[in-house]
Design a binder for this molecule. Structure first.
Ligand code: ZN
Length: 208
């Protein structure tokens, strides 16, 4: 089912789909997943609702909030590892970051972990704002090649990019869901380094 507007976040940008329910006065139907197809968001339902029905949507907050925390952690870790010269990040999700080529050491991982926990303690508000593609391209000199490549992949038609900044520590554009301040992310419970093939280093993390 496609709605004219929705509270559900679709599976995208490395973040999983929201689940929850859609309600009318008469019935309640579970939303199993939400997928993006072109411009439309398709709500996959466990049942049927009449066409043109007015519905009230509610997302399962607990898993969504956990995803927001882990995804925001991903931003902060990306920024901190960038500053620690970890090498180009080639992949990340809610549980890990891959760098390649990378020579990141166990010592650096422990340093980043300590910094991360300090920043969580400082409870720094995230700043979310829009910037035009031109503004970003003007800053290109300071950007590394990976970020430029990333920017090139965003459709040209999309001119306004949503910037997500953890002031002093991380800045990138992102259309995902985030917590309001670093305190909400919570401290690292476990973080470890795995040395992979061909210069890949993977950092796995879990939050408390
Ligand atoms: Zn994000």
């Amino acid at each position: 089912m496609v709605l004219d507007k929705t509270v559900f976040y679709p599976e995208s940008g490395g973040q999983p789909t929201d689940t929850g329910v859609l309600r009318t006065d008469e019935q309640e139907v579970a939303v199993l997943k939400v997928m993006k197809r072109g411009r439309d968001l398709f709500h996959h339902l466990d049942g049927n609702l009449p066409m043109y029905a007015t519905v009230h949507g509610a997302i399962d907050w607990e898993p969504r909030y956990y995803n927001m925390r882990r995804h925001s952690a991903e931003h902060l870790l990306t920024g901190l590892f960038e500053m620690a010269d970890a090498g180009p990040k080639v992949y990340s999700d809610l549980t890990r970051l891959d760098f390649k080529p990378s020579k990141i050491t166990e010592e650096a991982v422990r340093r980043v972990e300590a910094e991360f926990n300090d920043i969580v303690g400082e409870d720094i508000p995230l700043s979310i704002y829009y910037a035009s593609r031109e503004e970003l391209e003007d800053e290109e000199d300071e950007e590394d090649e990976r970020k430029r490549g990333f920017l090139d992949k965003i459709p040209r038609a999309l001119d306004r990019l949503r910037m997500v900044e953890i002031p002093g520590h991380a800045l990138t554009f992102c259309f995902g869901t985030h917590v309001r301040s670093t305190g909400e992310i919570g401290r690292i419970s476990e973080m470890f380094l795995k040395v992979g093939k061909k210069g890949t280093r993977t950092v796995h993390f879990t939050l408390k």
